[in-house]
Design a protein. Structure first.
Length: 306
C-alpha cells in the first residue's frame, strides 16, 4: 500500500474538532477506502482493525483497541463544516454509522456522502486536492501537528502559506472558543508543540511569522522546506550484505524479525490480519533468503542490527 491520504482542499480547510485517535482512524479510513475500493459507497462499510492501527502508528495493541472502542461513540458524533464556492456552508458528519465488534478488535464504519465526495473526485482536479503519505504524520503525538501539517501541504509546491486569520485558524485546528484564549497559552500549548513535532518527525521543517495590527495578533503565516536526505555511498555493499545474510544465526533472525514485525514501515509486507507473532515468523523465514535480506537490510539497521 502507498498509504496516501488524499483530501480535497476544502475538506482540509474545514472547521472541525477531532481527537488524535479519531484523526488517525479517519486517515486510515481514507487510505484504505481509496486503496481497496471498499467503503467508497454509503452502502458499503469499511473495516478497520486494531492490528492495522497499531502498526500504522507504532502504538501498542491495547492503545489501538482503546482507539477503536472510543471511536464507535465519539467519532460518530463528530461534525465538520465546509465553505462552498458560493460562500454557503455545508455541515456533515464524518461517518454515518459505526459497528465495533467487541472481542474481535475491529470496527465497521461507513463514510458519509460528503466525505466520500471529498476524498475521491480527484481525476482532472488534482490542483484542488491535498495529499501526503500517512507515515509522514504517524509519529505525531498532537492532533494539532497533524492538522497544521495538512494545512501546510496545500502549499507544498511553493513552500509558504498566506496568512491564516487567527479565529478561522483556531477552528481549523479544532480549538474550542474557550480553549487557549490567551495568546501565550495558544503558542505554548498548541503552535509550538505542533511545530516541534513536525520539525522532528516529518519530512519538512517549518517556521512561522505572526501578523499584527497594533499589539494584537491577527494571524500567522508559515514557510517550510523539505529536509535534506543525505546518503553516503558504500563500496561493495552487495557483497557485504550477502556475507551478513549468511552469517546471521537463527537466534538473531528471530530476534530481529520480532523487532521488524512492530516497525510501521513493514506494513506493506503484512498479510491480512495476522498477529505480530505470525508476522515475525514469516519475516524470520524471509531473512533466510539473501535477496529478501538485502531488501530488508535498511529496516534491520533501523531496529539496531549492525
Amino acid at each position: 500500500m502507498t498509504d496516501l491520504v488524499v483530501k480535497s482542499n476544502k475538506l482540509v480547510q474545514a472547521l472541525q474538532t477531532l481527537t488524535l485517535s479519531e484523526t488517525r482512524l479517519l486517515q486510515l479510513a481514507i487510505v484504505d477506502a481509496r486503496e481497496t475500493g471498499q467503503g467508497l459507497s454509503t452502502d458499503e462499510p469499511l473495516e478497520l482493525n486494531a492490528l492495522r492501527y497499531a502498526r500504522a502508528f507504532n502504538v501498542s495493541l491495547d492503545a489501538a483497541y482503546l482507539a477503536l472502542t472510543e471511536a464507535e461513540d465519539s467519532l460518530f458524533k463528530r461534525q465538520f463544516t465546509i465553505t462552498n464556492e458560493d460562500g454557503s456552508l455545508t455541515k456533515s458528519r464524518w461517518i454515518q454509522d459505526a459497528n465495533y465488534r467487541k472481542g474481535e478488535g475491529r470496527i465497521l464504519v461507513t463514510l458519509t456522502r460528503v466525505v466520500i465526495e471529498h476524498v475521491t473526485k480527484i481525476d482532472g482536479f488534482e490542483q484542488y486536492f491535498t495529499s501526503y503519505h500517512l507515515r509522514k504524520t504517524s509519529e505525531f503525538k498532537s492532533v494539532y501537528a497533524v492538522r497544521l501539517y495538512e494545512l501546510l501541504m496545500q502549499w507544498k509546491t511553493v513552500g509558504k502559506t498566506p496568512t491564516f486569520e487567527l479565529n478561522k485558524f483556531r477552528s481549523q485546528l479544532g480549538i474550542g472558543v474557550n480553549e487557549y484564549t490567551r495568546m501565550e497559552a495558544f503558542k505554548r500549548r498548541v503552535l509550538d508543540i505542533a511545530i516541534d513535532q513536525i520539525n522532528e518527525f516529518s519530512d519538512i521543517t517549518i517556521k512561522y511569522e505572526q501578523h499584527k495590527k497594533g499589539r494584537s495578533i491577527l494571524g500567522f503565516s508559515f514557510s517550510f522546506k523539505q529536509k535534506k536526505v543525505t546518503t553516503k555511498p558504500i563500496k561493495n555493499i552487495g557483497v557485504n550484505i550477502e556475507e551478513l545474510a549468511l552469517k546471521m544465526t537463527d537466534a538473531q533472525r528471530h530476534l530481529f524479525a520480532n523487532k521488524l514485525s512492530r516497525l510501521h514501515e513493514m506494513n506493506k509486507y503484512s498479510q491480512g490480519t495476522e498477529g505480530f507473532e505470525a508476522f515475525a515468523l514469516r519475516i524470520a523465514e524471509m531473512l533466510q533468503d539473501v535477496d529478501k535480506f538485502k531488501e530488508l537490510y535498511p529496516y534491520l539497521k533501523k531496529v539496531g542490527y549492525m
